[in-house]
Design a protein around this ligand. Structure first.
Ligand SMILES: NC(=O)C1=CN([C@@H]2O[C@H](COP(=O)(O)OP(=O)(O)OC[C@H]3O[C@@H](n4cnc5c(N)ncnc54)[C@H](OP(=O)(O)O)[C@@H]3O)[C@@H](O)[C@H]2O)C=CC1
Ligand SMILES: O=C(O)/C=C\C(=O)CC(=O)O
Length: 358
């Protein structure tokens, strides 16, 4: 049954395909940019140098200081570098951390961003940004931070380590899974979510078998585009909020937290979102959405317990308090009255046991 909906599509250009980095010059010209600042982490500097070499005189310089969760000091340094170098565009090549740094520059200056993602986080398709100040991460939404152009070149993610490919892929699946029951869910995004989950569920085991499998790397990046688009167009709910609490307040690694929490958050919502569960299970090719997600992580070597990724059991009470302290939308209520249920969910996620619906 088609429910009532409203849908706003976001203005972006996507160039997809193995070797598509070759179109960089054409895409920079289309943005009417003359001096591009190239952003990266220290570890991905070789890729940034390749980009700068392709641009020649159109490269303003390289800023290689991107860090997870965009510390405000790094954002200020990058903004200053863009200003000092007279940049009229930022190119972010790397994962969500590098794209996030580009967004911090755009938020301040309105500079257009061209993103070249090398992980499956999906930030390049969203108008959301995050900034961390004095240990506190705040997130926001602003049309200026949405990258104008995205080049998805599977060749560039060939070297992404297998463990990170698995958890980053499940981070993408989380966007689509929650998009299916989000407040702004709509039929177009439902189609993209199902195809995105299916592409990623195909890609993950194949990458685990052979990290250089270009068909699998292509599927994974295609899934990234679809799942990231869903995140950018519809809202988030319990799962993303729990991950932000755990990542932001307990400093747990981003994609690994998503991987552990997702089956439990989906199980929590299963009873009130049966249609979404059907779609997720169909896309995974499993009878149960929550158990299918748990198996996808476990069978592919990912950690399925918060205790194995740095969470202390004595912090679970505080995490439950934080998770229910700010009311936010979820298909099933999650307020102070549900604190006990959320605490149980976190206990199961901490211990790494299979998810329990209800
Ligand atoms: N605003 C939004 O809509 C969204 C934002 N995010 C944000 O993005 C961040 C997480 O993004 P994520 O991509 O998981 O993490 P990172 O960008 O931090 O990348 C994770 C790791 O991947 C490595 N890496 C990246 N690309 C390659 C490659 N091609 N080959 C080898 N190694 C590679 C990096 O290594 P090295 O350090 O050596 O470069 C890094 O250690 C979080 O801050 C999250 O909040 C995530 C999703 C959506
Ligand atoms: O924290 C941000 O930068 C904004 C959104 C996300 O990180 C989405 C996610 O949790 O993957």
């Amino acid at each position: 049954m088609i429910r009532d909906f409203s849908y706003t599509s976001l203005p972006q250009r996507v160039v997809f395909g193995a070797g598509s980095l070759q179109h960089l010059g054409r895409e920079i010209d289309a943005l009417r940019a003359r001096r591009a600042l190239v952003l990266c982490t220290p570890g991905q500097r070789d890729k940034a140098e390749r980009v700068a070499a392709m641009l020649g005189a159109q490269a303003a310089g390289i800023f290689d200081g991107a860090v997870m969760h965009v510390p405000i000091e790094t954002a200020r340094d990058a903004r200053q570098a863009a200003h000092n170098l007279g940049a009229d565009c930022a190119i972010a090549i790397g994962g969500g951390s590098t794209v996030g740094l580009g967004k911090a520059i755009a938020l301040d200056s309105g500079l257009p961003i061209l993103a070249i993602p090398t992980t499956y986080a999906g930030s390049e398709m969203t108008p959301f940004y995050g900034l961390t100040e004095a240990g506190l991460k705040t997130t926001g939404k602003d049309a200026r931070v949405l990258p104008r152009t995205v080049i998805y070149d599977p060749e560039l993610s060939r070297g992404l380590p297998v463990a990170l490919s698995v958890t980053s892929g499940i981070n993408a699946i989380a966007h689509a899974a929650e998009g299916l029951y989000a407040q702004d869910a709509n039929p177009v995004m439902d189609l993209m979510a199902e195809q995105g989950i299916a592409a990623m569920a195909r890609a993950i085991p194949a990458i685990r078998r052979d990290s250089g499998d270009m068909q699998a790397r292509t599927d994974a990046l295609y899934g990234t585009w679809l799942c990231g688009t869903v995140l950018g167009c519809v809202g988030i709910a319990l799962h993303h909020k729990l991950c932000h609490t755990l990542g932001g307040s307990f400093n747990l690694p981003h994609s690994e937290v998503h991987t552990v929490v997702l089956p439990h958050a989906i199980a929590f919502n299963a009873g009130v979102a049966p249609q979404a569960m059907e779609v997720i299970a169909r896309a995974l090719g499993t009878p149960s959405a929550a158990l299918g997600l748990y198996a996808l992580a476990k069978d592919n070597g990912a950690a399925v317990a918060l205790r194995d990724i740095g969470m202390r059991e004595q912090d679970l009470d505080r995490a439950a308090d934080l998770a229910v302290s700010n009311p936010y939308w979820n298909p099933r209520p999650i307020g102070p009255a549900e604190r006990g249920l959320i605490r149980d969910l976190l206990q199961r996620a901490w211990g790494g046991v299979p998810p329990v619906e209800g």
